[in-house]
Design a protein. Structure first.
Length: 87
């Protein structure tokens, strides 16, 4: 599978699970701060600006730094990471 390349400062949406009918989408959005191997795998280090599961009481991952794998092998699919800067 071709892995799309993103750059530092791109704003991305990274899905935790493949979107499906009948299941709420689960994703984070944020700006890429760094492309790193800090966690032992190629990842986009992002500052989360939106967490699909957060609400007024539970901010979830909002405001936190998370690592989104560049590629995963068991459940990768086209569109797992979307560049919101280019939409």
């Amino acid at each position: 599978m071709k892995v799309e390349k993103f750059e530092v400062r791109d704003v991305i949406r990274s899905y935790d699970f493949k979107p499906m009918i009948g299941r709420e989408d689960c994703f984070v959005e944020g700006e890429i701060l760094e492309i790193t191997k800090e966690q032992g795998y190629n990842a986009y280090k992002i500052m989360v600006t939106k967490d699909s599961w957060s609400d007024a009481e539970d901010k979830g991952r909002f405001g936190k730094i998370v690592y989104c794998p560049v590629a995963v092998f068991h459940n990768d699919y086209p569109g797992r990471i979307i560049n919101l800067s280019r939409i």
